[in-house]
Design a protein around this ligand. Structure first.
Ligand SMILES: [Zn+2]
Ligand SMILES: [Zn+2]
Length: 109
């Protein structure tokens, strides 16, 4: 019977392999069915000089991560929304009032 069990196992593996190929083919044809799967850190840590002031961004916001429901492909936050969020994050850090950055005020009390 061990032989039969092995054959069953091999058959299951083959089915799984074909299903994955079919899913990938559908994705290649129709595009992936990306669904939101939570978020990831924006990863936009950087240092920049602005008007002689060194600004350090901590990269503390999050970007959406999408996963394909068919092939399980994940964009790891590489999508248009994430690009936009990173840009807004950078702008807020550099030009906005960001609590996490200290510009070392010269007119303190
Ligand atoms: Zn896909
Ligand atoms: Zn950020």
């Amino acid at each position: 019977m061990a032989d039969l069990a092995e054959k069953l196992e091999a058959a299951r593996a083959e089915v799984a392999r074909l299903e994955r190929i079919a899913a990938t083919a559908t994705c290649r044809e129709l595009g992936c069915d990306m669904q939101s799967s939570g978020g990831a850190n924006c990863g936009c840590e950087f240092e920049e000089q602005l008007d002689g002031v060194k600004i350090i961004a901590a990269g503390c916001c999050s970007v959406p991560v999408n996963v394909c429901t068919r092939c399980g492909d994940c964009d790891y936050g590489k999508n248009a929304d994430a690009t936009e969020i990173r840009r807004a994050c950078r702008d807020a850090t550099l030009f906005g009032d960001h609590d996490t950055t200290s510009k070392g005020g010269s007119h303190g009390a």
